[in-house]
Design a protein. Structure first.
Length: 122
């Protein structure tokens, strides 16, 4: 799985942070490894609307083999929290897509629900 990181010109987006984000994303998506061909992580620091507004944003787009790209976004007070929130959302979306593929493949091919929809038994 290829993991690409795209960060805005924020002073906080140095190599150590990018490496931590890459490692975090890789660890979180390792379970889906073969099914994901690429993950693109966009980190940004939009203009804050006030003291209570989240100031860091993470958008993650993944390409599942044989499916349309999936994208999620999360905003928080820190990059780490934004990445964690986006990864949580992404795993739920991926699991939902896998369940949808399971239902379609089970209906179309007579497979039992013991398959994860991608050809591997669970």
């Amino acid at each position: 799985m290829q993991i690409l990181i795209d960060a805005d010109s924020s002073e906080n987006a140095g190599e150590p942070l990018l490496d931590r984000v890459r490692d975090t994303v890789g660890a979180a998506l390792h379970h889906y490894g073969f099914h994901i061909s690429r993950a693109v992580v966009h980190l940004s620091h939009p203009q804050a609307g006030g003291d209570d507004a989240p100031q860091q944003r993470c958008r993650i787009e993944v390409r599942l083999r044989g499916c349309q790209p999936l994208s999620v976004e999360h905003a928080a007070r820190s990059i780490e929290m934004a990445v964690d929130g986006a990864l949580y959302r992404l795993t739920r979306v991926i699991d939902g897509a896998r369940e949808g593929a399971l239902g379609q493949s089970a209906e179309g091919s007579g497979q039992r629900s013991g398959s994860d929809g991608f050809g591997a038994a669970t």
